[in-house]
Design a protein around this ligand. Structure first.
Ligand code: NAD
Ligand code: UDP
Length: 341
């Protein structure tokens, strides 16, 4: 049954891909985004992919009054909350901005939901909450911690959600812990468009492939892993988007107030494996050099996705080659990302 879903941060990378799948699943979608880390151009692209007119509310979710008014005027039945800042390094430089934006937006949203009796929420958390010394594959019942302000905002928001669910037991909250989202919609018209020099591996490789950056620096080849480079659980953004649709459906059926699900493939791929998969997608080799480890990096992070499989009937289906082919289609068709206007 279709619901009216408010997608906070719906113009961003993961949000935009999720909007397409929500519409395909029969939901009615409202987007709220202040375009702090996205461009309005994404909306036209979404409209041309879906053939639907999208309703967009362009304001800061921290604006509690406007958020209240939105809930007053729209019969919102469920919320997916992607809105927040996400750059680990920047969060170390600007901790207050991160705490203010990520926590502040969540408070404003939770207040409006409480006042309007909205009881279904899907929240974007991250595998970063497993901290530094977690064993792999990571299961949802591991203790949580963080190594930087961004990670702490996720740990803290998860706690806030659990506390709210105790006080409001009719809440149905999904905490989704994403591993490493990559890839793009198969049309090549929407994708990840980081501002400035990318910190994450795939966007960096994309920009090397398209000639915006000279060469990849591989951070460390002396980890205790098969080829010495670090392992991550890269997951196609389309699989991730499908996980949100599945979680939303599950919230209408579960008796549990808070459910926590890992969204990952369960496979750890090394930096060099990803580079070589990307080279296959592009059809040529790409320049790289091995440099020292990056501060704060862990050797291996990958999910045990068993709970999501059992409870959501969801499973990632795309390979790393699919991810690289789709990332490359987006990047080669949009070498400079989205246009400004
Ligand atoms: P993104 O930056 O592309 O999308 C976030 C969107 O939220 C942007 O469009 C931004 O403009 C908007 N936004 C930020 N603050 C806002 C505010 N106060 N009011 C209204 N809009 C606001 O990021 P993404 O990669 O799509 O990530 C979505 C969510 O998933 C984030 O919460 C992120 O922390 C989480 N996450 C992302 C990754 C990843 O690697 N991409 C991994 C784990 C978790
Ligand atoms: N990485 C790298 N060079 C880069 C960016 C990342 O070697 O320019 C490595 C990084 O050290 C990590 C992996 O690629 O082992 C994934 O990094 P990313 O920042 O994408 O994800 P995270 O480490 O946050 O999971």
């Amino acid at each position: 049954m279709g619901m009216r879903v408010l997608v906070c941060g719906g113009a961003g990378y993961i949000g935009s891909h999720t909007v397409i799948q929500l519409l395909a699943a029969g939901h009615d979608v409202l987007i709220l985004d202040n375009f702090a880390n996205s461009k309005p151009a994404v909306i036209k692209r979404l409209e041309s992919i879906t053939g639907e007119h999208l309703r967009v509310h362009a304001f800061d979710l921290r604006d509690a009054e406007r958020t209240e008014r939105l809930f007053d005027h729209e019969q919102i039945e469920a919320v997916i909350h992607f809105a927040g800042h996400k750059a680990v390094g920047e969060s170390v430089e600007k901790p207050l901005e991160y705490y203010q934006n990520n926590l502040g937006s969540t408070f404003s949203l939770l207040r409006a939901m409480e006042r309007h009796g909205v009881t279904k929420l899907v929240f974007s958390s991250s595998a970063t909450v497993y901290g530094e010394n977690a064993p792999v594959p990571m299961t949802e019942d591991l203790p949580t911690s963080a190594t930087n302000p961004y990670g702490w905002t996720k740990v803290m928001i998860e706690q806030v959600l659990r506390d709210v669910a105790v006080a409001q037991p009719d809440q149905r909250i999904a905490i989704l812990r994403y591993f490493n989202p990559v890839g793009a919609h198969r049309s090549g018209t929407i994708g990840e468009d980081p501002s400035g020099i990318p910190n994450n591996l795939l966007p960096y490789i994309c920009q090397v492939a398209v000639g915006r950056l000279q060469k990849l620096r591989v951070f460390g080849d002396d980890y205790d892993t098969p080829d010495g480079t670090a392992l991550r659980d890269y997951i196609h953004v389309e699989d991730l988007a499908a996980g949100h649709v599945a979680a939303l459906a599950r919230l209408t059926a579960t008796e549990r107030a808070v459910s926590t699900w890992n969204l990952g493939t369960g496979n750890g791929s090394s930096v060099l494996e990803m580079l070589h998969a990307f080279e296959r997608a592009v059809g040529r080799t790409l320049p790289y050099e091995i440099v020292g480890r990056r501060a704060g990096d862990i050797a291996a992070s990958f999910a045990d996705p068993g709970r999501a499989r059992a409870e959501l009937g969801w499973k990632a289906t795309h390979t790393i080659d699919d991810m690289c082919v789709d990332s490359w289609r987006w990047q080669s068709q949009n070498p400079n990302g989205y246009p400004d206007a």
